[in-house]
Design a protein around this ligand. Structure first.
Ligand code: ZN
Length: 316
C-alpha cells in the first residue's frame, strides 16, 4: 500500500465516520418524530418510550388485563391477509405480513415491500410467502404458526393446527399438498385473537372443512377474516359462514388496486361482496378507509354483517 493510499483511506474513514454520525442524528430525529406522532395519536398505548424496546410490554406485563373485558378494538387493513389489531389497552397484533416469493416458483404478487411498521406481536398462519414476511414489520414478538395459547395483558391468542386448502389437480400436487403427508407449507394454523370482549378469527388459507375437534373454538366467533374468491370458492365461503355463524365477516386475500399485480391471479372480492348485498341488503358495510373500530355493542344483532375494505389499505 502506498503512503498516498494510507492518506486516502484515512480521509475516507473520516468521511465515513462523519456520514455515520449524521445518519445516526437523522435516524434519532426521525425516531423521535415518529414516536411523538404515535404517542399523540394513540392515547391508550401503554407508556410510550422514545426507543423501540419492550418497555410497553413490561408495563402491560405488570398491569395485566382481561381479554373478555369489553372495549374498542381497532382493525386496520394492510392488504392481502395482513391486519393490525389494536386492543383497548393499546397492544398491537399484526397478522400475516406479505412479501414476494423469492424461490421463483411464483411471479411477483406485490408491487411494494411490506411497510416496516412497529407492532408488539406479529403472527402468521402458515409458511407461504404471501403470509409469513414476519421480518418485514418491526415486531417486538413473533409468533409464527402458533398452536396453543398465548396471553399478554388484554390479548389472548389461540392457534388451531389444521391444514391449508390443498391442490388435488394432479397426483403429484395431491401427494405434496394434501394431508396426511403434505409439505409444511400446506399446514395452516387458524388464529383466534380475543380482546375487548371480541373473538376475531384469522382463517389464513385453511381448508373448507377443518378437523371437527376445532368446531368448538370456531363457533361464537365475532369477526371472521376469510380469503374470498382466491383460496376458497364462493360456495366454500358460504358453507363456512353457515356452519360457524360469525357476527361479522371481513373478506381478505383478494386483488387490490395499487398493491397486487395482475399476474398474481388474485381475484377481486367485488362479486362476492355484491352477492352478499343481495342476500343481506342492509348489512354490507363498504368502508371508505382502511380502518374500523368495533366493540360488542356495535356487533349486537349482526347476522352476519360484512365489513369490506375494498381498495383501502394502510401503507405505513
Ligand atoms: Zn395465501
Amino acid at each position: 500500500m502506498t503512503t498516498l493510499g494510507v492518506v486516502e483511506s484515512a480521509t475516507a474513514r473520516k468521511d465515513h465516520m462523519r456520514f455515520i454520525t449524521s445518519a445516526l442524528i437523522v435516524t434519532f430525529v426521525l425516531l423521535a418524530l415518529t414516536f411523538g406522532t404515535r404517542a399523540q395519536q394513540s392515547q391508550t398505548s401503554p407508556t410510550p418510550s422514545a426507543a423501540w424496546d419492550n418497555n410497553p410490554l413490561i408495563t402491560v406485563q405488570k398491569e395485566g388485563g382481561d381479554p373478555a373485558r369489553k372495549g374498542d378494538v381497532k382493525i386496520e387493513f394492510y392488504g392481502h391477509d395482513a391486519f393490525k389489531i389494536t386492543s383497548p389497552k393499546g397492544l398491537t397484533v399484526l397478522t400475516d405480513p406479505w412479501r414476494n416469493d423469492s424461490t421463483g416458483a411464483y411471479p411477483k404478487w406485490f408491487l411494494n415491500d411490506f411497510p416496516a411498521l412497529r407492532v408488539d406481536i406479529v403472527i402468521s398462519t402458515h409458511a407461504h410467502f404471501d403470509h409469513d414476511a414476519v421480518e418485514r414489520p418491526n415486531g417486538l414478538m413473533v409468533l409464527e404458526r402458533l398452536v396453543g395459547q398465548f396471553k399478554l395483558g388484554d390479548i389472548e391468542i389461540t392457534g388451531l393446527a389444521d391444514k391449508h386448502q390443498c391442490d388435488s389437480g394432479s397426483a403429484d400436487s395431491r401427494s405434496k399438498t394434501c394431508p396426511p403427508n403434505n409439505v409444511i407449507g400446506f399446514d395452516n394454523a387458524i388464529q383466534i385473537i380475543q380482546t375487548g370482549g371480541l373473538r376475531i378469527a384469522i382463517w389464513g388459507d385453511n381448508r373448507t372443512v377443518p378437523d371437527p375437534s376445532l368446531d368448538h373454538y370456531l363457533t361464537n366467533i365475532d369477526v371472521l377474516i376469510l380469503p374470498v374468491e382466491t383460496v376458497l370458492s364462493r360456495a366454500e365461503v358460504d358453507a363456512i359462514v353457515r356452519k360457524y355463524d360469525p357476527k361479522a365477516i371481513i373478506p381478505a386475500h383478494y386483488f387490490l388496486n395499487g398493491l397486487t399485480t395482475d399476474i398474481s391471479d388474485l381475484e377481486s372480492a367485488g362479486g362476492w361482496v355484491s352477492d352478499q348485498e343481495k342476500v343481506h341488503p342492509a348489512d354490507v358495510r363498504r368502508r371508505d378507509s382502511a380502518e374500523l373500530t368495533l366493540n360488542t355493542a356495535a356487533l349486537k344483532g349482526a347476522h352476519p354483517r360484512v365489513y369490506y375494505f375494498g381498495n383501502h389499505f394502510q401503507k405505513k
